[in-house]
Design a protein around this ligand. Structure first.
Ligand code: ADP
Ligand code: MG
Length: 257
């Protein structure tokens, strides 16, 4: 299988009165169709890593390749286009626009690419049916629950069939029922439509829906584990690695089954 994403020897130091090296020689790759979580204690560099992969931030050294192309080498307008085409984003706080309906929010990536209205409508109906949110399309963001908002945000992230979905704490603001709904949604998109996703989370339950978990500590790769048949067993394995990792107790206080 071809590597969809290659992260090669990434270093990143935040410079200031006190410099801080947030990432140290991070390397890993993600194949097409993988569903992977990145975990680590607060401050271990997870968001920095995701921001560098998504080209929001630049590494000091090292390369990111997405489908063999290094987006950090692209000029600004080409980069904006590359991001819109190749990447889909899901955020902790959903990032939906309150002035638009749920349906209009989901269609945004297509609007930006100036797709024909009939094509947009067809794609919208397709993804809404798949995610079970057909009845929400005409509602406003404040009329639906957190879990429904996040499923709408996932629909928006995948409607243009990007190569890679990047999610930073997508279940961070959700209760356990909504977390389950959102993770089952991501899981079925991965399993049935071969959507490739990389998700940062500190929630071991959310991570247990993935097929692989990469652990980082102090900006370095610490370990990685793959899921077998059983999600509950994987969940226990994730807890074991987290306890070896240490980190702040706050990270484990949010454990919920
Ligand atoms: P995580 O997402 O794992 O909690 P981050 O990637 O946000 O970690 O941060 C990694 C480290 O880099 C932390 O020590 C954080 O304080 C530091 N850091 C993050 N962003 C900045 C910034 N813009 N300037 C300086 N230091 C930063
Ligand atoms: Mg973070």
């Amino acid at each position: 299988m071809a590597n969809m994403l290659e992260v090669k020897h990434i270093n990143k130091t935040y410079k200031g009165q006190v410099s801080y090296q947030a990432l140290k020689q991070i390397s890993f790759s993600i194949e097409e169709g993988e569903f992977t979580a990145v975990m680590g204690p607060s401050g271990s560099g997870k968001t920095t890593l995701l921001n560098i992969i998504s080209t929001i931030d630049r590494p000091d050294s090292g390369d990111i390749l997405i489908n063999g192309e290094n987006p950090h080498r692209l000029k600004r307008t080409k980069l904006a286009h590359f991001r819109r085409k190749q990447l889909g984003f899901v955020f902790q706080d959903f990032n939906l626009l309150d002035t638009l309906t749920i349906g209009e929010n989901i269609m945004l990536p297509l609007t930006l690419e100036k797709e024909a209205p009939s094509v947009m409508e067809e794609k919208l109906q397709g993804i809404a049916a798949k995610l079970g949110i057909e009845n929400l399309l005409n509602k406003r963001t404040f009329e639906v629950s957190g879990g429904q908002r996040q499923r709408a945000a996932i629909a928006r992230a995948v409607i243009h069939k990007p190569s890679l979905i990047l999610a930073d704490e997508p279940t961070g603001n959700l209760d356990s029922k909504a977390t389950k709904d959102v993770m089952e949604t991501l899981q079925s998109l991965n399993r049935d439509d071969h959507v490739t996703a990389l998700m940062v989370t500190h929630d071991p339950v959310s991570a247990s829906y993935c097929r692989r978990v990469i652990f980082i500590k102090d900006g370095e790769l610490f370990n990685e584990i793959y899921r077998g048949e059983n999600r509950q067993v994987f969940y226990e394995q994730i807890l074991d690695v987290l306890s070896m990792l240490g980190g702040n107790a706050n990270d484990l206080s949010s454990v919920r089954l």
